[in-house]
Design a protein around this ligand. Sequence first.
Ligand code: KIV
Ligand code: ZN
Length: 386
Amino acid sequence: MRKIDIFDTTLRDGEQSPGVNLSHVEKLDIAKQLARLGVQVIEAGFAAASPGDFAAVREIARQVKGVSICSLARSVQRDIDQAYEAVKESEHPRIHVFLATSDIHMKHKLRMSRDQVLEQVESMVKYTKSLVSDVQFSAEDAGRTDIDFLCQVAEVAIRNGAKVFNVPDTVGYLTPFEYAEIFRQLRKRVSGIEHVKLSAHCHDDLGMAVINSLAAVEAGVDQVEVAVNGIGERAGNAALEEIALALETRKDYYQATTVLDLSQITRASRLVSKLTGMIVPPNKAIVGANAFAHESGIHQDGVLKEKTTYEIIRPETVGLTDNNNLVLGKHSGRHAFREKLESLGYELSEEELLVTFNKFKELCDKKKTVSDDDLIALVDDEHAHK
Ligand code: KIV
Ligand code: ZN
């Protein structure tokens, strides 16, 4: 079974979510939780972006152990120097250098020719390698880069010391097949590629960040870049929790998994949501409030008889201990209703149960969900009228 490295970019790409600005202390809290989760790399920020970012990356590098700490840097010496100063005290420092390689970016943003880009990749990867051994290179907008040119870029980056070659679908444009095909082509055509790790980095503009990352896993990548709750630039990055649970639940299919401590996922999700102020939608896979909730009577009855009827993941697997997975509403049946009352300490006779259940159904027509307090009031009211 292959082990996929998880490179977490919650603190860098995730923090690029509009409206999010984490303090130094908040970043440190998140980094510590990511270390508990067991990710292999924490991209702690973009050291050259601001003095605050520099200080946060340096503090995380000093304090968070057992995991590689990485800073992003443009392919310019000043950025790389700042990144180095920020990560150098980490047990495992990594510098992540990037340069755009698509014609659109080279023409309109960089105003550089292909040859100039190749020269810059060569000199900046070589320079980074003189500072740290663990160098990651990203071909920004690789998803829209001509494949022949991307192969040339990869060859130059690898020849000059990159240990990880990352292929960002920067604007979330590709389909799963197209994305996987890039990795297949790189493996086939780039000399020296067998000595480096290939990495996937997907954005969710078309809602395909997770499936594209998983397609990359099928195509043999070694590392997947993710953010907790899928936060990130525009529509966000691939969600850590979805990738981790897809690999865990379907390792039979992917023949690959992670070494994450999945029981830390709920805690990580709640912490990131609280500190970024980005609310997790209730129907969000794995970490949404409804992800393990069953409302319909048929589903509730099934789960009460045997959980696997409607649960492919146990809530405890992701560390969910306060889960109220039977949500009572108008679709609920008598089986769940009885269980719920028993969990609240009520033992009703068949006749009492029937009367209370009918009252409950009347209440359901007035309220979307019925809370524990509603139920207690209902049963106590029924008793008082006897
Ligand atoms: O999406 C992207 O291209 C990036 C790179 C800087 C890796 O985040
Ligand atoms: Zn990105």
